[in-house]
Design a protein around this ligand. Structure first.
Ligand SMILES: Cc1cc2nc3c(=O)[nH]c(=O)nc-3n(C[C@H](O)[C@H](O)[C@H](O)COP(=O)(O)OP(=O)(O)OC[C@H]3O[C@@H](n4cnc5c(N)ncnc54)[C@H](O)[C@@H]3O)c2cc1C
Length: 495
């Protein structure tokens, strides 16, 4: 009954709005996309003014059991859990997420704005979310825990089995509210974070089938597996981005007196009691790039770099010396002749908006990342690590729209002219891209910082692909992808 009503409403909207699409709707979409900078800025300015008015500085000193710096993916969960029992102050440099950030389909449009992103500079730009929810408010929403072997390796390196797969599994299960068909041995139900498959999955099934035709299994990539392919799951509820803010902070922020959140509170330094020496094991920070700078400014190491910058050294720890990320090559666009990819001008209609608002369904429920494959290169196999994959594929099922080149250039800090020229030929053609990524980065970069006048500036040196083996395994990953597109049924037999 409800579904019938829903469909009839969607049908009516479709009928009424069809003639308006080319003259009003499509130009409006491009105006919105072109004004993202302004939209983000107006929202943050309004939120700051509101914050100033309603969150006055405390007139008397406050005491807390814990201070958590950063309300991002890790900080939000830590603050939630600790404030069940202790008084917690959560300090976040950014502000309230923009309501549009909850729409998965808008994911990529919030990257690289100073209000929502730290916009680190390396050779190009390196994003990290700013504001409640941190990077989880701007990321692509792919919910992948990591391979069993990665965790077991942590257990081995630390000598502490609580970091191994078996050790961390209860924690994964404790926060999850996994979709109904999840295997209870590996998934939790009823936790704070809803995890499910988004309504729109594009060519995901064809991609998974291609993997099967190459001999890989179709398996749950969040459970123990060796190599395999699957449709991606998102942290999403009724089509709305969950992220750690929505799941762990929003429901409790006005109810739990023990938790105090201060927005626009940029922490520059932490103080330690010098008479009580710090034990390295007590220093558990949810470390990201910004926190490294905070630790360095607080004298936590590394000694030589701090002495170079004239900072008193409290402890000599290797802060900032283990910088790693997984680099990806975006291969495509590949053209298809059936309407199976997300095509902005055709699919982002008023009907799609109604579908999303009423039921969290349709193309707005996806960031465009539909499926993944995780496999081992022949180099991993030759090292005897065939059960520890080093290549990962992401199917990005969106066609190139008119301002695609400019959007990609803005989001990833690339040269706009080159991107526009590269994507010119693909505009408005049904197509998809596959990101080929290194699942196990071997190179290690570093973070340093410098004082310039009264400000500080970070220097991130990622040192990607310095290991030849990493480079050749990425190339092998691209070759396997091209082979699969040529020799499996993916491109010519659509569901
Ligand atoms: C474009 C993009 C897409 C991604 N897509 C995915 C994906 O699909 N799936 C996935 O699993 N991962 C993805 N990631 C990675 C993932 O989102 C991050 O690894 C993860 O969110 C990091 O969590 P965190 O808690 O370490 O840091 P963050 O979530 O970045 O949180 C750090 C928080 O601390 C605040 N902060 C920092 N310094 C200070 C300070 N000095 N004072 C006060 N506050 C401070 C920041 O503003 C931020 O809110 C993506 C990353 C990017 C950039």
């Amino acid at each position: 009954m409800a579904l019938g009503l829903f469909n009839s409403l969607v049908g009516k909207v479709q009928y009424i709005t069809k003639p308006l699409l080319p003259v009003l709707w499509i130009p409006l979409i491009y105006v919105i996309l072109g004004s993202m900078g302004l939209i983000v800025n107006l929202w943050t300015t309004g939120d700051m003014l509101n914050d100033e008015q309603h969150n006055k500085e405390p007139t008397s000193p406050e005491t807390f059991d814990f201070i958590v710096v950063g309300a991002g993916s890790a900080g939000a969960v830590v603050a939630n859990r600790l404030s069940k029992k202790y008084r917690v102050l959560l300090l976040e440099a950014g502000g309230e997420p923009n309501p549009l950030q909850y729409i998965p389909g808008f994911g990529v449009f919030f990257i690289n704005y100073a209000e929502t992103d730290w916009m680190y500079k390396t050779q190009s730009s390196w994003s990290a979310g700013r504001g409640l929810g941190g990077t989880g408010s701007i990321n692509f929403m792919i919910h992948l825990r990591g391979h069993r072997k990665d965790f077991d390796n942590w257990g081995r390196i630390t000598g502490d089995q609580s970091w191994s797969w078996e050790g961390v599994l209860p924690y994964f299960k404790s926060y999850e509210d996994y979709e109904e068909d999840g295997d209870p041995r590996y998934h939790g139900f009823g936790g704070d974070l809803r995890v499910e498959q988004p309504d729109y999955i594009g060519m995901g099934p064809e991609f998974v089938r291609a993997g099967q035709e190459l001999g890989y299994s179709h398996c749950d990539l969040n459970a123990p597996f060796t190599e395999g392919f699957d449709i991606l799951k998102y942290p999403i509820k009724d089509g709305i981005r969950q992220g750690t803010y929505k799941a762990f902070l929003e429901p409790i922020r006005r109810l739990r007196a023990k938790l105090v959140i201060r927005k626009y509170a940029h922490v520059n330094r932490t103080w330690c009691n010098k008479t009580k020496p710090l034990h390295p094991r007590k220093l558990f920070y949810p470390l990201n790039r910004e926190h490294c700078q905070l630790l360095m400014l607080s004298g936590i190491g590394p000694r030589a770099h701090l002495q170079d910058q004239g900072i008193p050294v409290l402890v000599d720890l290797p802060v900032g010396l283990n910088l790693q990320d997984h680099i990806a090559a975006y291969v495509g666009p590949f053209f298809i002749d059936k309407p199976r990819a997300l095509t902005l001008e055709r699919d982002l209609t008023p009907t799609a908006v109604v579908q999303w608002i009423l039921g969290g369904k349709g193309v707005l429920s996806t960031t465009g990342c539909h499926a993944s494959g995780i496999i081992s290169s022949s180099f991993a196999k030759a090292r005897g690590e065939g059960d520890w994959p080093d290549i990962q594929y992401f199917l990005l099922g969106f066609s190139t729209f008119k301002t695609f080149g400019a959007t990609i250039a803005h989001s990833f800090g690339l040269k706009a002219d080159e991107q526009k020229r590269y994507y010119e030929h693909a505009i408005d053609k049904e197509s998809f891209v596959v990101a080929v990524s290194g699942a196990r980065p071997f190179s290690r970069g570093f973070i340093k910082w410098r004082k310039i006048a009264r400000t500080t500036s970070r220097k991130l040196t990622p040192v990607f692909l310095t290991q030849v083996i990493r480079f050749v395994s990425m190339i092998e990953g691209i070759k396997i992808l091209l082979y699969s597109l040529q020799y499996t049924t993916m491109l010519w037999d659509h569901d």
